[in-house]
Design a protein around this ligand. Structure first.
Ligand code: 5GP
Length: 193
């Protein structure tokens, strides 16, 4: 992968041996050129899966998810971490997600109206660490009786167990960029990534 890897090398900040900060182009300020390249690759990988909806969790999954949804020409749906008054009297699915970066467990909800049993759902997120966010989304999809087309990740930290946790649920995980370690204040990419 070209642009994403280049920008990680140029602008990525290793906060510690487990956390990479890429706020200048993906997590806070967003460079649409990088996003465009990422989502084309998601499209190439998942285009034959019959995707009917792209699904993510607020907040940092929303940008890659909306751009992916444009590429597939399907709606994008995001799970909410707080219950807005507009969802108060609406039937919803809910699950618990432990945030890796915030070290906090949140209740995550999505309206039943927007996930149907016939849906083939592509889950998108910015980072994959322990897989808790994606597994929470898988749980919501399955509660609706819908199926998971796969999980698309911008940056996978392969030294954590997110991929194993998702693959053991039978899920196809496709990552644009894979990092083997963040040791010695440096980003070490997996061979070929
Ligand atoms: P997981 O649920 O796979 O354990 O963690 C993924 C979620 O935590 C992502 O949605 C992302 O927002 C956040 N996250 C995990 N690791 C990192 C990281 O190294 N850097 C940043 N910026 N976010 C991360």
């Amino acid at each position: 992968m070209g642009l994403l890897k280049d920008r990680i090398i140029q602008e990525g900040i290793v906060l510690d041996e487990t956390v990479l900060k890429i706020d200048s182009f993906l997590n806070h300020q967003i460079d649409p050129k990088v996003m465009k390249e990422i989502v084309r690759e998601f499209y190439d990988h998942f285009k034959n899966e019959g995707v009917t909806k792209v699904f993510t969790i607020e907040a940092s999954g929303i940008a890659p998810a909306i751009m992916t949804a444009i590429e597939f020409d399907v709606p994008m749906l995001f799970a909410k971490k707080t219950e807005p008054s507009t969802l108060k009297n609406q039937a919803h699915y809910e699950t618990q997600v432990h945030s890796f970066t915030k070290d906090k467990t949140s209740r995550v909800i999505v309206s039943k109206e927007y996930l149907q049993a016939e849906d083939k759902v592509l889950i998108i997120d910015d980072f994959l660490a322990r897989g808790q966010a994606s597994l929470g989304l898988v749980d919501l999809v399955r509660q609706a009786g819908a199926s998971v087309a796969g999980v698309g990740i911008c940056v996978e930290k392969s030294f954590q167990d997110g991929r194993q946790n998702l693959e053991s649920e039978g899920i196809d995980v496709y990552s644009i960029c894979r990092i083997n370690s963040l040791k010695d204040n440096q980003v070490h990419f997996a061979p070929g990534h």
